[in-house]
Design a protein around this ligand. Structure first.
Ligand SMILES: NC(=O)c1ccc[n+]([C@@H]2O[C@H](COP(=O)([O-])OP(=O)(O)OC[C@H]3O[C@@H](n4cnc5c(N)ncnc54)[C@H](OP(=O)(O)O)[C@@H]3O)[C@@H](O)[C@H]2O)c1
Length: 262
């Protein structure tokens, strides 16, 4: 079996790498021998992670501190890594906003759509063409279990995640015979900073909750095999039953689940 470096190339670029699921992608990809380009706003955290990756896994790293909401973010990243061959792109950075639609901040919704949807499209446009030329590479999009039915109280966030699910699955089909692996990853409730930044006041634990290491292990295990993957058997069952059940009931149940976990 070929190594990840042979399969995809030397460098993986991970957005939202300073904490949470993105940080875990960096750790597990570095463990597989890939060099890591980490992108987020908090430079200190990226530098600390870079040192950890070099010491633990003897890989090279590059830190790119950038606000991905800014219009020129994709250009700045492209410039910062113009001397490197990006073989894997992990479009991970994202945030949510909990609440009833009209009470939520319109500006934050706007920024969320930029970060969660426009930025992955812009970055994929930057790096996918070179992967196609090299006939190898891969891209992962962060969707969510909230992409499998409408999600009351996380309405705009849920819609951004449908965008990523459909985008990832659609371009999986376009590139599957061109040596490029594409996948949409759907975690369920995962303990990270996500809940705090989304305005979730009471973070619960329970059968639906998991940790970033498990989510990323699921992603890497299934990458190259499927257009999309849902982390966790129970999450998979809920998503599957959402396809079978009446749409109205699914939406009401999803809203109740969000309310009981906020
Ligand atoms: N946690 C969950 O329950 C869950 C469930 C399903 C899907 N997801 C998805 O998984 C992905 C990662 O989420 P997470 O749980 O790891 O969240 P997290 O712990 O809040 O991490 C978010 C990451 O995105 C970065 N980020 C946020 N705004 C940014 C900006 N404007 N510019 C650059 N970087 C920015 C943050 O870094 P800085 O603050 O340093 O910039 C951080 O590294 C997201 O797409 C999320 O939608 C999460």
């Amino acid at each position: 079996m070929s190594s990840w470096k042979e399969r995809y190339g030397e460098w993986a670029l991970v957005t939202g790498a300073s904490v949470g699921i993105g940080e875990e992608f960096c750790l597990q990809l570095a463990e597989k021998g890939m060099n890591i380009i980490s992108v987020a706003r908090r430079e200190e955290l990226l530098k600390e992670l870079g040192e950890e990756l070099t010491t633990k896994f003897d890989v090279q790293t590059r830190e790119v501190a950038v606000d991905l909401i800014k219009d020129d973010a994709a250009e700045r990243i492209e410039e910062a890594v113009s001397d490197l061959k990006v073989g894997l792109l992990i479009n991970n950075a994202g945030f949510g906003q909990l609440g009833t639609f009209h009470k939520n901040s319109a500006q934050r919704d706007d920024e969320m759509i930029r970060l969660n949807c426009l930025t992955p499209v812009a970055l994929t446009h930057k790096f996918l063409p070179k992967m196609v030329e090299r006939e190898r590479g891969g891209v992962i999009f962060l969707a969510s279990t909230s992409a499998y039915q409408a999600t009351p109280y996380f309405s705009v966030y849920g819609a951004t995640k449908v965008f990523n699910l459909h985008l990832g699955e659609a371009i999986w089909a376009e590139y599957r015979k061109k040596g490029i692996d594409i996948m949409a990853l759907s975690p369920g409730y995962t303990n990270t900073e996500f809940q705090k930044s989304a305005g979730v006041t009471e973070v619960r634990s329970g059968v639906l909750w998991t940790t970033p290491d498990k989510v990323v292990a699921t992603a890497l295990k299934n990458f190259g095999k499927k257009p999309s993957v849902i982390h966790g058997a129970l999450n998979w069952l809920l998503a599957f039953s959402a396809r079978l059940g009446p749409r109205k009931l699914n939406i009401v149940v999803a809203g109740n689940v969000v309310r009981s976990n906020r």
